[in-house]
Design a protein around this ligand. Structure first.
Ligand code: SIN
Length: 304
C-alpha cells in the first residue's frame, strides 16, 4: 500500500500527521515512548518551566458530559530535571517537541536554550494556558509581548519554534500573524477554552483554582474555526488541536488548514490506540478519494 500520510512540518519529519498534545502522558520518557510505539507521528511534552513548580491543589480535573475541564497550574519538575526523561526517547523514530513556558522574553529564551541542550527536536511555546497568572494566555492575548518572546527565543535557538495559541481571544488571526512575523515556524491552534463547573450541593466551584480549561469534543467546532482563521492569516504550517477523537475529525481539521493534528483528551478516553486508528483512517480516506498525499488536503475547504 502506498504511504500517503508521511509528512513534514517546519523541517520535522512525521510518519503520519498525528501528534500527542501537551498535557497528557508527556511527563515521562516511558509514557511518551508508549505513545510513539502506538503510532503517533510526534510527541509534545508536558509544559516545562525554568524552576520546579507544584501546580494547584486538588481538585485539578473535572469530567463534564462533553469533555475534560482541567486546571493543573503547570506542575513540572523544572526543565533541567527533564533531561533524563528525554534521554529515553533518543532512539525513537518520532520527533520530540518540548512544550515550554515563561513569564518574560528572557525567561522563555533561557528555558528554550536549556530545552535545546537536553535534546528537544523542536519547541512549542505555551502562551495559551487559560488560567496561570503572568504566563500562558496573558501573553497569548497580547500580540506585542508575544512577538517579543518569539523573537528572543528565535535569537537563542536554531530548532523549529511552534507557538500554541489560545482560542480565548477576539481575533486569533491577528495573534497568529504577530507570531509569524516574529519568526514562528508553525502555529498550534488551539489550547483549551476557559471554563468552569460548580457543584450544586456544596454550591462551590469544583476546581481548586475555580477556572480551568475545557478540552474534548465540546470545543472541536471552536478549534476548527480557529484553524480556519489562522490558516488564512499566515503562511507557516498550522497544527490543529481541540477535540480530535477520530480520523474524520482529523480530516476536518486538515480541510480547515491543519498540516497535522494533536490529540490529547481522546487519549484519556480511548487509550493510545487512537493514534493508529486516526492515522489509518486518514490513509484509507486519501486512497478512497484519490489524494496522493495528506498535504493535498490541507486548506481545501478555503476553496468554497
Ligand atoms: C495546566 O497545567 O494547568 C494546563 C496547561 C495548559 O492549559 O496549557
Amino acid at each position: 500500500m502506498e504511504n500517503r500520510i508521511a509528512t513534514e512540518i517546519a523541517g520535522l519529519k512525521l510518519a503520519n500527521p498525528t501528534m500527542l498534545a501537551a498535557g497528557i502522558l508527556g511527563y515521562t520518557g516511558l509514557s511518551m515512548k508508549s505513545v510513539i510505539e502506538a503510532g503517533a507521528g510526534a510527541v509534545v511534552t508536558k509544559t516545562m518551566g525554568l524552576e520546579p513548580r507544584t501546580g494547584y491543589p486538588n481538585p485539578t480535573v473535572v469530567q463534564t458530559n462533553c469533555g475534560l475541564l482541567n486546571a493543573m497550574g503547570l506542575p513540572n519538575p523544572g526543565i533541567r530535571h527533564f533531561k533524563e526523561e528525554l534521554n529515553k526517547l533518543k532512539n525513537t523514530r518520532a520527533p520530540t517537541i518540548l512544550s515550554i513556558y515563561g513569564s518574560s522574553p528572557e525567561e522563555f529564551a533561557n528555558v528554550a536554550e536549556i530545552a535545546v541542550n537536553i535534546g528537544a527536536d523542536a519547541l512549542e511555546l505555551n502562551v495559551s494556558c487559560p488560567h496561570v497568572k503572568k504566563a500562558g494566555a496573558e501573553i497569548g492575548c497580547d500580540p506585542l509581548l508575544l512577538a517579543e518572546i518569539v523573537k528572543e527565543v528565535k535569537k537563542r535557538v536554531d530548532i523549529p519554534v511552534i507557538v500554541k495559541l489560545t482560542p480565548n481571544v477576539a481575533n486569533i488571526g491577528e495573534i497568529a500573524k504577530s507570531a509569524e512575523e516574529a519568526g514562528a515556524d508553525a502555529i498550534t491552534a488551539v489550547n483549551t477554552v476557559k471554563a468552569m463547573a460548580i457543584e450544586i450541593e456544596t454550591c462551590r466551584p469544583i476546581l481548586a483554582n475555580k477556572f480551568g480549561g475545557l478540552s474534548g469534543p465540546a470545543i472541536k467546532p471552536i478549534a476548527v474555526r480557529c484553524v480556519y482563521d489562522v490558516y488564512r492569516s499566515v503562511n507557516v504550517p498550522v497544527i490543529g488541536c481541540g477535540g480530535i477523537t477520530s480520523w474524520q475529525d482529523a480530516v476536518e481539521f486538515m480541510l480547515a488548514g491543519a498540516s497535522a493534528v494533536q490529540i490529547g483528551t481522546a487519549v484519556a478516553f480511548k487509550g493510545v490506540g487512537v493514534f493508529n486508528s486516526v492515522a489509518k483512517g486518514i490513509q484509507d480516506y486519501l486512497e478512497r478519494k484519490g489524494f496522493k498525499n495528506v498535504k493535498e488536503l490541507v486548506g481545501l475547504a478555503h476553496k468554497f
